[in-house]
Structure formats: C-alpha cells, structure tokens
Design a protein around this ligand. Structure first.
Ligand code: DSN
Length: 442
C-alpha cells in the first residue's frame, strides 16, 4: 500500500477521497475490461521525483538541462518495449491512447484525407473516426462494421476500401471479444496501399504473453495504451514495425515529430518510468500465467453467463472481454443492468452491441472483462459465482423498460435509480465484499 502519511498531514480531504476509492476498488468486483490493478512497484515509480523534471525532446536531444538520469530512464523503457513487442522503433511519450492515435493521423494524413476504422457502435474507439471525435472533423472517416455474429465484415470493408482508397486503416477496438485477424486487414490495406495501424490497447498484455496473435508482422504501426491488460499506469506507446520502416524509412522520425513538437510538450517521465516497470513485469514468466488465466477466466465466465440464459455476442470470447446482448429483453437494457450491478458492488459498463436498435446513450449491451479480477487471483469458481450474481440482479430488474419518449426517459431512470437502495442490492454487495476479502488487492 502506498504510504500517504504526508498527504494525510497536508490535505486530508484528498487523502480521505483516495482512501474511499481504494476501499471501493477493494470491496467491489471490477469487471470493466479496460481497468486493472497495478503493482505497488508501478505505483511507486508513478509517484516518484521524476514528476519534477521537464525534458521536452528525446534522449540526447532535449530543450532543458539536467537530463543525465531521465535520458537513461526513457532509453531503458524504449529498449524494454522494443524487446517485448519485437519492434525496431518506439515512442513512449504519448500521454494516453487518444493522443497516440492523433499523432498517427497528424504524421500520415493531410486534413481531409480518407481513413477507415471500426464504427464505434460496433466496438471501435472514439479516435477511430466516430462522428463526435476530432478525428472525423479533421480527416474523412469511413467506418467499417461487424456482422451480426460479431466478426468483421471483410467483404464490406474490401469493397469500400477499393472504392474510397483510404490512406490509413485502423484495426482493433474497444469491445471486440474475438481475435483480431490482422492478416486479413493487411491483405486489404496492402491492396489499396494504405498504412495499417493496429490499436492493441485492450489486448497488449495478451499479445506479449502469446495469448493473442501479434500484429507486428502484418501492420506498419502499433498503438497501445499501457493500462489495460498490460497492467501499467495510464500512458501509451506508438511502435513502428519492420514492415512500417520498409514502407517508409522515416516513419519513426515522423511519429516522434508528431508527438513533439506536433501535439505534446514535456513527457511525463514518472509515467514513462512506471510503464518501464510494467514492461519489466510483463516480461516475467508469471505474467504469461496471468494472461492465460485472464483468457481462461473470460471463457469460463462467458460459458457461465450463457448457461444462465444470457446472449453472449459471437457466442463467447477469445480474449479478456465479454459482450452481453440484452436486446431480447428490451431496448437500452444495458443502462439498467450497469446501474443495478453498481448498486451491488459489481462494476461493468453499458455498451452498444452489433445491430443495436437503441442509441449510444441507452445501449442494449453490457461489456465485461476479467483482467482485474484475475489480478486478484480469482478463477473459475469465482466466475461462476459472479455470473450468478449478475443473473440475480438481471432478474430483479427484468420489468424495467426504457420509455420510448425521450422526455419520459430521464424521469424513469431517476425513479429506477431510487429503487436501487433496496436491501436486495445491499445484501448482494455484502456477499460481493465477502468474496473480495478472500482475494485482497495486493
Ligand atoms: N475507454 C477505453 C475503454 O474502456 O475501452 C478505451 O479508451
């Protein structure tokens, strides 16, 4: 546990809130697939004196003095990333995933040029061209889609790519339970001469552990956040592959320039060092076991949920993530289950499902994941127990239906929220806490 003695003396208000959040993370089940628990070593590097240092530029080429040690930190983290992912070039300075993806666009595309990404409503990320994202305002977004069974519609994608000639194609997403078929994306990208970029933010930890195929042989660039299955702090990296350098020998320099001076100022060296610690941890044999357990747990969890009558998108999962399609019980049901589970100390998130007839505000699905509960050491019996709680909560709210009139929806949701103070939820929350006490967050 990070010592907060000084914080408590200086600012008890913030210290109290951090303690409460720590308690929530300990006493509840974190099933949001993009969340995890980092190690104390990762936290210590993140909270270190490196936060005091300004170092705009790159190792050996900074705009400030006093870089003797931070240059070594950044170079070491670069080496670790290159070794772990098997790439010749990496930039470890992006503050998070969205700035990393923006850097890719700004390095490769002129304003207005076309690109393709998976539709947000089908599991793509905001920065893959969603209409409300800056990316689709500056560049021309052409979405591709999943089929109803949850697999990528490569026929549609191929047809659109031939017609529109995108300069850049994204593969990967935020709600994809199945293996990303990098070689199929590569065939299309290569045919139309597009840069292919894999956003592996969700699966990076599985990739380094060999639990998901690596995109490196197929794509020109890889972007990833470092805080999901990779179990590091909130940051990101941009990697250039050999294939990328063969297409454009200056791709690395272009990415560096896009980050600084293009988009960012001084790198957050405390976060970079902390990423280095996470990469070191991910290179250990125990991490392979962890990643395997994440996937095994997700498969057991998907089976347990299916046996309770839930419809699991694509019929299961190949990775850490499960998407429940609740639309057969009514539109927008993801909202109700998300809120009701929260009242029971179970954290998941409402999500659109392929073919969803509802809106992004009131989606019909629920996204679940196993990275955090697996870090706590939970296994198959616990997945079955959690599936049972989700089933009980779902049964309790089965009559809640989203009104069709927009005005009536907010009032209904307010009433619904008020109903969640019922003892039914506090009883389950106590059962959840008892399970969590058996699997403490280290
Ligand atoms: N918001 C992240 C997720 O939950 O998947 C992606 O950026």
């Amino acid at each position: 546990m990070v010592c907060m003695k000084n914080l408590r003396q200086t600012d008890s208000e913030i210290a109290d809130l951090i303690e409460l959040e720590k308690g929530r993370q300990h006493d509840g089940l974190v099933l949001i697939p993009s969340e995890n628990y980092v190690s104390q070593a990762v936290l210590e590097a993140l909270g270190s004196e490196l936060t005091n240092k300004y170092a705009e530029g790159y190792p050996g080429k900074r705009y400030y003095s006093g870089n003797e040690f931070v240059d070594k930190v950044e170079s070491l983290v670069q080496t670790r990333a290159k070794t772990l992912f098997g790439v010749p070039y990496v930039n470890v300075q992006p503050y998070s995933g969205s700035p990393a993806n923006l850097a890719v666009y700004s390095a490769l595309l002129e304003p207005g040029e076309p690109f393709m990404g998976l539709d947000l409503l089908h599991g793509g990320h905001l920065t893959h061209g969603w209409k409300a994202s800056f990316t689709s305002k500056v560049w021309t977004s052409i979405p591709y889609h999943l089929k109803e069974d949850g697999s990528t519609d490569f026929e549609e994608m191929h047809r659109i790519a031939l017609e529109k000639k995108p300069k850049l194609i994204w593969c990967g997403g935020t709600a994809l339970p199945r293996t990303v078929e990098f070689e199929k994306f590569a065939a299309i990208a290569d045919e139309v001469g597009a840069y292919l970029v894999a956003d592996i933010s969700h699966i990076a930890g599985l990739v380094v552990a060999g639990e998901h195929p690596s995109p490196v042989p197929y794509v020109h660039l890889v972007t990833t956040t470092t805080h999901k299955t990779l179990r590091g702090p909130r940051a990101a990296m941009i990697m250039v592959t050999e294939k990328g350098l063969a297409k454009d020998a200056e791709l690395g320099e272009k990415m560096d320039k896009a980050i600084i001076p293009g988009l960012q100022g001084g790198p957050h060296l405390n976060a970079i060092a902390s990423v280095g610690v996470a990469l070191h941890e991910a290179a250990q044999p125990e991490f392979k076991t962890y990643a395997k357990n994440v996937v095994d747990n997700a498969k057991s969890f998907a089976e347990a949920l299916t046996s309770k009558g839930f419809k699991v998108v694509s019929g299961g999962t190949d990775n850490h993530l499960i998407l429940l399609d609740l639309s057969s019980t009514g539109l927008g049901r993801g909202v109700f289950l998300h809120q009701a589970l929260e009242a029971a100390g179970i954290y998941a998130n409402k999500n659109m499902v392929p073919g969803d007839k509802s809106s992004a505000f009131y989606p019909s699905g629920l996204r679940l994941g196993t990275p955090a509960v697996t870090t706590r050491g939970m296994g198959e019996p616990e997945m079955m127990q959690i599936a049972d709680w989700i089933f009980r909560v779902s049964e309790k709210i089965k009559d809640a239906q989203l009104p069709t009139e927009k005005e009536a929806r907010l009032a209904f949701l307010k009433e619904f929220k008020a109903s969640l103070s019922d003892k039914f939820y506090t009883d389950i929350k106590a059962e959840v806490k008892a399970l969590c006490d058996r699997f403490p967050v280290e």
